[in-house]
Ligand binder design. Sequence first.
Ligand code: NI
Length: 256
Amino acid sequence: MIFDTHAHYDDEAFEEDREELLAQMAPAGIGGIVNVGASVQGIRASQELADCYPFIWAAVGVHPDEVGTLNEETVAWMYELCRKPKTVAIGEIGLDYYWDKESRELQKQWFIRQLQMAKEIGLPVNIHSRDAAQDTYDIMKEHHAGTTGGIIHCFSSSAQMALEYVKLGYYIGIGGVVTFKNARVMKEVAAAVPLDRIVVETDCPYLAPAPNRGKRNLSLYLPLVIGEIARIKGVSAQEVEDAAWENAHRVYKKLQ
Ligand code: NI
C-alpha cells in the first residue's frame, strides 16, 4: 500500500469533488494520507478531514509564508490539537526565502517556536525549506537534532545535504519533481538516500508528476513517483512502495 506523507486536500482546488476523489483512494491502494496544515485555516481543515476519514491523519503547523498571523494564543490552541490521537506531526514549518513573504527574522522565530513545540510534545516535524537550505539545517541542528525526527518535505537541496539530514535522523520526502526530465539533482538525491530513509508525498494539489506535470496533483499519481525512484535505484516498484510505507509508519510514530 501507498502512504502519502504530505497532502493538502483542504485546498480549494478540491472544493468541487473532494469526497468523490477521496472515495477512490483505498481501492487504488492509497492506504494512508497525512493532510498537512499550512495556515490556521488549514490546521482546522486538516483536523476535520482526519475526523471524517479513517485513512487521513493530520499535521499541525504554520508555513513560513503565514507566520505573520501567529501569536502565543494560537500556539496554545495548536498544543491542544497536537495531543489529539490523529495528529501525527508538526508541519509544515520552516523557512521560505524564495517568496520571502514574511521577514526572515520572523520566519526563524516562529520556526524555532514550532520546533520547540514538537520537542515538548514529542511529535516529529514536517519541514518546508525553499532557498534556505543552510539556515534551515543550522536551526534544526541547534534546536531539534536527535529528538523526534521528521521529514524534509519536497526536498530540493543537494544529495550531500540530504545525507546530512539523514545523519540527523530525518527522512527525505520525494514527490512529483523526481519524475521531471530536467530534475537532475532530485534524481541524484533519490539515488543517494538509502531506501529506508525515503518517504513519498504529493504536496497536492501542487507538483504533479510527469506526464501530468502542471495538472492538479493527486495521491493516485504516486505510483509514477514510486516507479521513477525504483528505476533510479534499480529495484522493483513494490520494494519502494513497501519501504516508503514502512518508513512513513516509523517516522509518524502515532500511526502505529
Ligand atoms: Ni505542502
